[in-house]
Design a protein around this ligand. Structure first.
Ligand code: FEO
Length: 406
């Protein structure tokens, strides 16, 4: 008897999950820590025609091809729909074309421009160009295409299966973290197991493109969608309002909760002491939801995720070589790059013999849209003494008032 080695699952009538978990990759895009790995989701429709939706990273092609062969058995693959041409999803297209040389590759003009930039396989006779609103007829199932530029690259499309109202949403609604056997968000405690990693993925990967996320959602009839099959993380077939609500907040850069993220840089512990004093004063004033991070210890993606979550943040940093401490500068520049906006912010600097941190932090934070700076930035001289402690008291009063007024 032939041994069944494929990892697949029937997830809707004639639709199979054929994606692959990657627990070995250390950093997504070589930047973002993956303590729980990442999943490259892919879907295979077996109708009168067969269609694969996206592929997987080249590091896991072997398992992917086993999965496809396991589902298709002896059937041909008629179509490969390419919703996203980033290598974590397109890394196995060439292998698919080698295995199924007659396969039609379905994408838009930008899809194939990017393919030619990344790869050298001759696919001209395989390509099928589609545009907004085109429908691919597979028999019972019909796939309508919506262009979703900059969610998260310019060629991105969403595929909408019309008979079951399933949205294949590319990176949108994705998450870091592999599947743990279960695939659907309703099969486990999503909020405890995946919400933080979904937010960290959104903030750091898609965060810059909030207005583009909103534009594509306006084109879709959101209320009709019954299931969402993204390219990473859990699939959605129930309670879609949970993830829609989060995306509505995140894409409009509105906080989920009133609370304060305090992040500090500290060479010898004095700026950290000021940050801890402030956190203590805020707690005494009744602020309940706070996070305290050392920017040199915690990877920025985690701090950024919490900045997407909470209404307020405090940046505290020393001057370093007559400039802003570089790790703090990098984090603030990332927040600008990610279009973070609509936040209330306080600033604490520290210097011993030349003051630059406060001025530079104010300059960077003022580049963010609709950011209110609370009170006067504090500029400590080396360590907190009576005067700066009084300033921290005043700042804590103003931050607490701002957080608790809601
Ligand atoms: Fe999962 Fe934009 O790639």
């Amino acid at each position: 008897m032939e041994v069944n080695v494929h990892l697949t699952r029937l997830i809707a009538p004639d639709i199979y999950f054929v994606g692959v978990n990657d627990k070995r990759l250390d950093r997504f895009e070589n930047m973002f820590a993956l303590p729980q790995g990442v999943a490259y989701n892919s879907y295979l429709i077996k109708d009168e025609k067969t269609a694969l939706l996206d592929t997987v990273d080249s590091s896991v092609t072997d398992q992917f091809l086993d999965n496809i062969k396991g589902v298709l058995q002896q059937r041909e693959l008629d179509y490969l729909i390419i919703n996203h041409m980033e290598p974590d999803h397109c890394g196995s297209i060439e292998a698919i074309v080698r295995l199924y040389p007659k396969v039609k590759l379905v994408g838009n003009k930008k899809t194939f421009d990017l393919f030619k930039q990344f790869y050298s396989q001759d696919i001209d006779k395989n390509t099928v160009l589609v545009k907004e609103g085109d429908v691919l007829d597979l028999g019972t199932k019909k796939i309508k295409f919506y262009m979703a530029p900059m969610v998260h690259w310019p060629e991105v499309m969403f595929s909408y299966e019309l008979s079951e109202d399933i949205l294949f949403s590319a990176d949108a609604f994705g998450s870091f973290g592999t599947h743990n056997g279960n695939l659907f968000a309703d099969e486990f405690d999503w909020e405890n197991l995946f919400l933080d990693e979904t937010r960290r993925y959104y903030g750091n990967i898609v965060g810059r493109y909030g207005s583009q996320v909103e534009s594509v959602f306006k084109k879709l009839e959101i209320e009709k969608i019954k299931q969402i099959f993204p390219l990473h993380g859990p699939l959605w077939r129930k309670d879609l309002n949970i993830i829609f609500e989060k995306y509505t907040k995140w894409s409009s850069y509105r906080a989920e909760k009133h609370g304060v993220v305090i992040f500090y840089a500290s060479m010898y512990g004095n700026t950290e002491h000021a940050a801890q004093l402030l956190a203590n004063k805020l707690a005494i004033r009744g602020v309940e939801d706070m996070r305290l991070y050392d920017v040199s210890k915690t990877e920025s993606s985690y701090i950024i995720a919490d900045i997407f979550k909470y209404s307020h943040f405090v940046a505290a940093s020393p001057t370093y070589n007559m400039q802003l401490y570089p790790v703090m500068e990098q984090l603030l520049r990332e927040l600008i790059m990610l279009n973070v906006q609509n936040r209330s912010v306080a600033i604490i600097g520290n210097h011993s013999w030349a003051s630059a941190a406060v001025k530079q932090m104010v300059g960077l934070i003022n580049q963010m849209k609709n950011v209110e700076i609370i009170g006067q930035p504090i500029d400590i001289r080396s360590s907190v003494k009576e005067q700066s402690d009084k300033e921290l008291e005043d700042l804590a009063d103003q931050i607490a008032k701002s957080v608790l007024k809601y």
